[in-house]
Design a protein around this ligand. Structure first.
Ligand SMILES: Nc1ncnc2c1ncn2[C@@H]1O[C@H](COP(=O)(O)OP(=O)(O)OP(=O)(O)O)[C@@H](O)[C@H]1O
Ligand SMILES: [Mg+2]
Length: 354
């Protein structure tokens, strides 16, 4: 297992993890918006992409290559399919890790039809030789196929039909600049606002044929960590609860009770997130404390703390990573309803919610 896969393996088990699990994959196809109008939020990206695609259509040309960057579950795969649908073009789906050799990529590229969309997921995990072949394919719609080995090897140039490459990455920073520069348009996907997630939840509830009140949707949205995939997953768990414990209709009370069972709190933190915060506050007075010490205190590996729990805690402004160690913010004390012990803490910790 590569470190990346190990990270994924830990993440998929979490209800609030943003990486797709088995069940997500099965239902995501049914919940995916099919065109730009149905795609919720990401106003800037939508407006820009709409222009790019409209202009290409008006010219009767193939759209420029598009790079989609953003955290897992924000809608990159969804957008790639929308691009193909809007261009009325077929789509071919592959991913960086699936392309081991340049030859694999040559085989895919040479079988593309004119105007086809090639979706290359996790493009930052492609091998070096494949990446170099892709540069030429993107720019000149040409590849050099190497025949033979050693001094006798020859490069046979192969013309490609114009196609649109849609690359997706969770780590735009890892892309080599020559690759990044060959995309005509880069869309940076942001985390969603709670009101946007409410719309995602209403739309999905409708498709799943589940009745939901506005405040029920708001309750789920607030705990979804800015991520549509998590919103859809929490919705499905709340639906289960509503069907077993009530009449199947989702109200705020039902959503609260269901998410209490699944240990997802009002802000979207799960048991691990809270364990890390609690150790930091209760055992170490809010820090600073070293990562190793904190990991031992919660009985987890260092990687689990840094990769799984911390990113969201940092994003939420509950925890800070400093050169001297991990430090809790005043918001962390307030969130856990604790009063800071000793120096440096805020006096209003008592106001925190439970
Ligand atoms: N803007 C949106 N409106 C409605 N639903 C959305 C939107 N964005 C994403 N979703 C839903 O969220 C789920 C996850 O989206 P998607 O698979 O496109 O994410 P992703 O960015 O490709 O994630 P990953 O990085 O893990 O591949 C899908 O079920 C999709 O329907
Ligand atoms: Mg995807």
């Amino acid at each position: 297992m590569t470190p990346n896969e190990a990270e994924t393996a830990v993440l998929v088990e979490r209800l609030v993890g943003s990486v797709a699990g088995g069940e997500d994959r099965a239902v995501e196809a049914a919940l995916r918006p099919k065109d730009l109008d149905e795609f919720i939020g990401q106003e800037k990206v939508r407006e820009q992409l709409d222009l790019v695609l409209r202009a290409a259509r008006a010219r009767g040309a193939t759209a420029d290559h598009v790079l989609l960057s953003g955290a897992p579950g924000l809608g990159k795969t969804t957008l790639s399919m929308i691009i193909a649908a809007e261009m009325d073009a077929p789509i071919r789906i592959t991913s960086g890790p699936a392309i081991q050799h340049a030859g694999d990529l040559a085989a895919i590229l040479s079988s593309l039809q004119e105007g086809e969309v090639l979706f290359l997921d996790e493009i930052h995990r492609m091998s070096r030789p494949a990446e170099e072949m892709l540069y030429m394919a993107m720019e000149d719609f040409r590849v050099d196929v190497i025949v033979g080995k050693g001094p006798g090897a020859t490069a046979i140039p192969l013309e490609l039909p114009p196609f649109t490459l849609v690359g997706a990455t969770t780590r735009a920073g890892l892309l080599p600049p020559p690759l990044r520069d060959r995309f005509g348009f880069t869309a940076h996907m942001e985390f969603y606002e709670p009101t946007e997630l409410e719309r995602v939840i209403h739309r999905s509830a409708n498709l799943l044929d589940v009745g939901i009140e506005a405040d029920g949707a708001a309750e789920i949205a607030g705990r979804s960590r800015g991520t549509p995939r998590i919103a859809n997953r929490l919705l499905r768990r709340v639906r289960d609860y509503a069907q077993v414990k009530a009449d199947g209709h989702i109200t705020r009370e039902i959503a609260e009770a269901a998410l209490a069972v699944y240990e997802v709190d009002a802000r979207g933190l799960d048991r691990l997130d809270r364990a890390v915060l609690e150790a930091l506050l209760k055992l170490f007075g809010g820090g600073p404390v070293g990562l190793s010490t904190l990991a031992v205190a919660v009985g987890e590996e260092r990687e689990t703390v840094t990769e799984v729990a911390e990113p969201f805690l940092v994003r939420e402004g509950l925890l800070a990573r400093t050169p001297r160690g991990r430090v809790a913010t005043p918001a962390a004390w307030a969130h856990l309803g604790l009063v800071p012990s000793g120096r440096g803490g805020p006096a209003d910790g008592r106001d925190g919610r439970h």
